[in-house]
Design a binder for this molecule. Structure first.
Ligand code: HEC
Ligand code: HEC
Ligand code: HEC
Ligand code: HEC
Ligand code: HEC
Length: 413
């Protein structure tokens, strides 16, 4: 009897103690359901799906994007045009051929995050931990080459997760779990933000998009990554590779003033009010702004400026960082001898979305001339694609004022 009540007392007090500790913790930091969900959803590594529920059809169990497409054709059509569907292009594949599994798995966590994709990559590249048993039926043979697939973001242990439903139709695949996290910028952070302490240069992380956003006017206004990159929940994810997205993100102003002393004052100003982070956010793209005078005597470049963060091909040195921070601007101002009318000034804008990679690939071709033929072929194709990604926006053109004191300007936004 004695023993038992003493034991009971101990249990009771420790339960009260635990409750008090829990209460204090709860008061300090209320449990955040979005953060809790995401820490499990984006666990590193994403665990294998395991056996599908016995009642699932082969279509419901399949992780292939085409299987989802059977019932979600709109999301598939959009995703298929996005870079998420091409995240396992030749640019990463030639590198995987020369890496060991450890280093490669670190790339795959953002480029092809599912355990099943890593297993297929291990088979393709002959890594030591490649599975010996045949892959389950619900894994299509090319799943690892499909990049950031539907299942990467939506399926864990064969359970579908999605945003709160727009309409409540009965769903196959055992229904789905509604999660606010899908509309939250933190959903994108595991792949678009390096953790504190990861690779950085000049005290700035190599990839810092989520934190840039968090400190931006967009975050304060409640405009999430999804608001801009998934309008109406569309799976398009357009960014620096898309001229229309870049054009709409920017405001470009060009102003000319003919001064009394016979000179022409030229001011160009670029802001990025439609961008929710640095323009551009990553070290890869470069944007070249140039001013040109076009008149009877032909054409002459007056000035040029690169917008971007330029780092060495080995990512061990930062050469310059001229990106436009949220709310900031980039300006070019100069004065020239006023030309005889008629003349015009043009502000041109060239975008090289993959400048860093193109430079890096060229250096690798030079450094490793005797790579394996298959690796070399992928590297050459990656270089071709990186170069081909470049484009120009329409120039901002201002017809030059003819008389002293006159001003002319144009705005593109
Ligand atoms: C599992 C990792 C992962 C997640 C989660 C993820 N992304 Fe991505 N994202 C990538 C990778 C990798 C690329 C680059 C693909 C490539 O070009 O090879 C990319 C590319 C992009 C691009 C294209 C940029 C360009 O260069 O034009 C945008 C925009 C983008 N992601 C936005 C988002 C948003 C918004 C979210 C959250 C809803 C998100 N991503 C979630 C990995 C991810
Ligand atoms: C934290 C997530 C993350 C990790 C880890 C990561 N990447 Fe990426 N990678 C991205 C994102 C995001 C982009 C797109 C950036 C953009 O469009 O500006 C990208 C773009 C690329 C591209 C250019 C697009 C393409 O497909 O040609 C290559 C190549 C690439 N990564 C290779 C690698 C390699 C190799 C590794 C491992 C050493 C790696 N990445 C690790 C997120 C990641
Ligand atoms: C990079 C992560 C990511 C990938 C890859 C992805 N989705 Fe989504 N999906 C989301 C997010 C985030 C939302 C919610 C967006 C929001 O709330 O603004 C969403 C929403 C949805 C919805 C609800 C749409 C609506 O209008 O209510 C469906 C259905 C869906 N996704 C299916 C798919 C299918 C099918 C694929 C592959 C073809 C896919 N998703 C690929 C992240 C992803
Ligand atoms: C046999 C048809 C079918 C297949 C196959 C299928 N789905 Fe669904 N799914 C539905 C239906 C029907 C709903 C409920 C109606 C809706 O919201 O679209 C649904 C709901 C969803 C939702 C929740 C939408 C929301 O509003 O939040 C997501 C996310 C989703 N499916 C993703 C997937 C993914 C990813 C795959 C492939 C791995 C897949 N589905 C395969 C029919 C299917
Ligand atoms: C206010 C709209 C807006 C918001 C919010 C926003 N973006 Fe962007 N994003 C853009 C525009 C416009 C571009 C194209 C210009 C550029 O590259 O900066 C872009 C480009 C990108 C790129 C291309 C790579 C690069 O170097 O610029 C990635 C990746 C990206 N965004 C991811 C994200 C993620 C992740 C979030 C949330 C943390 C986010 N964006 C929030 C508008 C937005």
């Amino acid at each position: 009897m004695w023993g038992r009540s003493v034991l009971l007392l101990v249990v009771l007090t420790s339960a009260a103690g635990a409750a008090a500790i829990f209460y204090r913790a709860a008061v300090k930091a209320p449990p955040d359901p979005v953060a809790q969900f995401l820490s499990v959803h984006w666990a590193q590594p994403v665990p294998p799906q395991g056996d599908p529920p016995p009642r699932f059809t082969a279509l419901e169990a399949s992780l292939a994007p085409e299987s989802c497409a059977a019932c979600h054709p709109a999301q598939f059509a959009d995703w298929n045009t996005s870079l998420h569907s091409r995240a396992m292009g030749p640019g990463i594949r030639w590198q995987l051929r020369v890496f060991g599994q450890g280093e490669a798995n670190d790339c795959l966590r953002c480029h092809a995050p599912l355990a099943e994709q890593k297993a297929l990559a291990a088979l393709e590249y002959g890594w030591a931990n490649a599975p010996t048993a045949p892959m389950p039926d619900y894994v299509s043979a090319d799943l690892h080459l499909r990049g950031n697939t539907c299942a990467s973001c939506h399926v864990r242990r064969h359970q579908v997760f999605g945003p709160p439903a727009a309409h409540h139709d009965p769903a196959p695949h055992g229904g789905f779990v509604e999660q606010q996290a899908f509309g939250d910028s933190r959903f994108c952070a595991p792949c678009h933000q390096f953790p504190a302490g990861a690779r950085s240069l000049e005290g700035k992380l190599i990839e810092n998009t989520y934190e840039e956003w968090r400190a931006s006017p967009s975050a304060r206004a409640g405009v999430s990554c999804q608001s801009c990159h998934m309008p109406d929940r569309r799976h398009v994810w357009r960014g620096i590779h898309d001229p229309d997205t870049v054009r709409k993100g920017l405001r470009r102003e060009l102003e000319l003033k003919r001064l009394d002393d016979g000179r022409l004052d030229i001011r160009a100003r670029i802001t990025a009010p439609g961008v929710g982070h640095y323009f551009p956010t990553y070290v890869v793209p470069k944007v070249l702004i140039s001013l040109h005078l076009v008149g009877a005597g032909g054409e002459r470049e007056l000035a040029r400026q690169v917008i971007g963060r330029t780092v060495s091909v080995d990512m061990d040195k930062e050469w310059s960082d001229t990106r436009i921070p949220p709310g900031g601007n980039s300006e070019l101002a100069l004065q020239v001898a006023a030309p005889p009318a008629p003349y015009r000034v043009e502000m041109r804008l060239e975008v090289a979305p993959a400048e860093h990679y193109a430079r890096m690939y060229r250096a690798m071709l030079q450094r490793n001339p005797d790579m394996e033929a298959a690796t070399l072929a992928l590297l050459r194709e990656a270089l071709r694609q990186a170069d081909a990604a470049s484009y120009r926006l329409e120039a901002v053109v201002v017809a030059g004022p003819a008389n002293a004191g006159e001003t002319a300007r144009a705005i593109a936004n």
